[in-house]
Every structure is written in structure tokens, then in C-alpha cells.
Design a protein around this ligand. Structure first.
Ligand SMILES: C[S@@+](CC[C@H](N)C(=O)[O-])C[C@H]1O[C@@H](n2cnc3c(N)ncnc32)[C@H](O)[C@@H]1O
Length: 274
């Protein structure tokens, strides 16, 4: 490499090598550790509110995640979870320690890989009508090409987690999960009504909309994304059945101010009453 060409005059910064991990990161001793400390405190504190004995496990899981993320088999996961959402998924699954996991919305398999790293012995069921995008296939997981309504998954009293990253009606997912015996749910893409443009095909309604009492039960809603105009009929008549099932509704904090990685879609943890 010609160092002279990669160094700006009057600037103390020198280009000294190349890296192929695909993640912007600090290399100097102690610098990444500082970030892990800050992220670990935020994550452990947030999860402890939901799961009282979570703090220690959460902190250790955050530390483990930083090294783990660099080993991910799906390096380009555009359209799926990035660093911050991946961290929440891995850490929350590590804390909850489910024996049965349903993942609805698999895409390339990155989130399946994270769930497997967090819960090596779990029975994992992966649902996606379009399994042709898989880059990572978990050798032990059971793959179902379709919606989870089409296949019964027996929870049988075991600790279970359902992760919904399928852009479907989140109120409906709560009702279905409760019916199937799930009590811990994680949702991606829980956008409020004022920024539906943040993702393609947003869940309608999202839980944020269901909890927003200022929204009417039914309405026409319209938005623009990537130059296309979308409209949909918002139907929240299930709100009255969904809200009473929810014991804890926790929108997990945005890690972007600490990591400066893309805010992503954010994850929301839901605990249902027994
Ligand atoms: C955003 S991607 C999932 C990303 C993935 N979880 C990750 O983090 O890398 C959404 C996926 O949901 C799938 N999907 C669409 N409808 C679905 C349904 N009814 N049930 C399950 N998955 C569905 C799509 O095919 C797509 O692969």
C-alpha cells in the first residue's frame, strides 16, 4: 500500500492496513471495552426491569456478543438485523434461556444463528414462506416454509420464546402466541404510526399503535417510502383483546447513541400474563 496516497496532508491519521470483518470498530487497547461497559450497563439495567435476576447474565452476554458478532456466517444482512438488533436478540435470548424457540421471519438465517449461539440446546422452529434466501441453515433447527399458523409447535410447559420479525399484524401475533402457550415474545419493527416509512411492509398494526390510545380503532393510513406511495386500512379492533393479555411491554432502548451503528428497527420485549 502506498501510505503517502492514503494520508491527507496536515492530518495525523495514517492508513496502516486492511480489515475484512465488516464492522467499524476500535482497535486500541481498552477502547472497545469502554463501549462494552456502557452498552452492558444500559442493557443489563433495561432487562433487569423485566427479569429481576437478569443483570449479571445480560452483562456477560453483551461482552460475549462483541466477539461473537465478528464470527457471524451472514456477513451481508441488509434487509435483516444489524449490530444493535442482533445484540438485543442474542442477549435477551441468553437471559431468558428458552428451551423452545419459534422464529417467524428468517430471511438469510442470521437471527437463527444468533438464537442458536444464545441457546445451544434449544428446539428452534424457523418459519418463513420464502426460505430461498437462506445463507445460514442451522443443522438442528426445524424449518417450515409458511406461516406459523400452519404448523403446531408444542411448548408443553417448557420455557419458550417467540421472535417475530415477519412484518405481520403484531396484535394478531400476541393472540396466536398466547393461544400456543408462549409467554415471552420479542418483536422487531414495532414502529409507531408516525414513522411507518422506516421499513418496507411495516406490521399493521404494530404494538406501539395498539398501545397508542390516541389512534382510532379504524383509519386509512398512508406513507411514502423510497418514492412509492403506500396506503392501508388500519384495523385495531383487536386492541381490546390484546392489551389485557400483556403483563410487560418493554421497548428496548436504542443502542445507536452508544455504538453509532445504525439504529435498526429496534426490539420490543413482551411478557404475557400466565
Ligand atoms: C426482515 S426479514 C427477517 C430478518 C431476519 N430475522 C434477520 O434478522 O436477519 C423478514 C422475513 O419475514 C418473512 N415473512 C413474510 N411473511 C411471513 C410470515 N407470514 N411468516 C413468517 N415469515 C414471514 C419474509 O419472507 C422475510 O424473509
Amino acid at each position: 500500500m502506498d501510505r503517502a496516497q492514503e494520508t491527507k496532508p496536515g492530518n495525523a491519521i495514517r492508513v496502516v492496513g486492511r480489515d475484512s470483518l465488516g464492522r467499524h470498530r476500535m482497535l486500541s487497547a481498552g477502547m472497545e471495552a469502554r463501549q462494552i461497559e456502557a452498552v452492558g450497563s444500559l442493557v443489563a439495567g433495561s432487562l433487569a426491569e423485566v427479569h429481576p435476576d437478569a443483570a449479571e447474565t445480560a452483562y456477560a452476554a453483551v461482552t460475549a456478543f462483541y466477539a461473537l458478532y465478528d464470527e457471524r456466517p451472514v456477513k451481508d444482512n441488509k434487509g435483516g438485523s444489524g449490530f444493535n438488533d442482533s445484540l438485543w436478540l442474542f442477549v435477551t435470548a441468553s437471559v431468558l434461556r428458552p428451551e423452545v424457540i419459534v422464529e417467524s421471519g428468517v430471511f438469510k438465517g442470521h437471527s437463527t444463528w444468533l438464537l442458536r449461539q444464545a441457546c445451544p440446546g434449544a428446539e428452534i422452529h424457523c418459519f418463513d414462506p420464502e426460505l430461498g434466501n437462506l445463507v445460514y441453515r442451522d443443522p438442528e433447527a426445524r424449518y417450515h416454509a409458511g406461516d406459523w399458523n400452519e404448523t403446531a409447535v408444542a411448548v408443553s410447559g417448557r420455557p419458550a420464546l417467540a421472535f417475530f420479525d415477519d412484518h405481520m399484524d403484531q396484535g394478531r401475533r400476541v393472540l396466536e402466541a398466547r393461544e400456543r402457550g408462549f409467554r415471552s415474545l420479542l418483536f422487531d419493527d414495532n414502529f409507531p404510526a408516525d414513522n411507518l416509512y422506516a421499513t418496507g411492509h411495516p406490521p399493521l398494526p404494530s404494538l406501539a399503535m395498539i398501545f397508542d390510545e390516541s389512534l382510532p380503532e379504524t383509519a386509512e393510513i398512508s406513507w411514502v417510502r423510497n418514492g412509492k406511495v403506500y396506503e392501508a386500512t388500519l384495523d385495531m379492533t383487536a386492541r381490546k383483546r390484546v392489551k389485557p393479555l400483556i403483563e410487560i411491554y418493554s421497548v428496548l432502548p436504542d443502542l445507536a447513541p452508544l455504538t453509532r451503528y445504525s439504529a435498526g428497527s429496534g426490539l420490543t420485549l413482551v411478557k404475557l400474563f400466565d
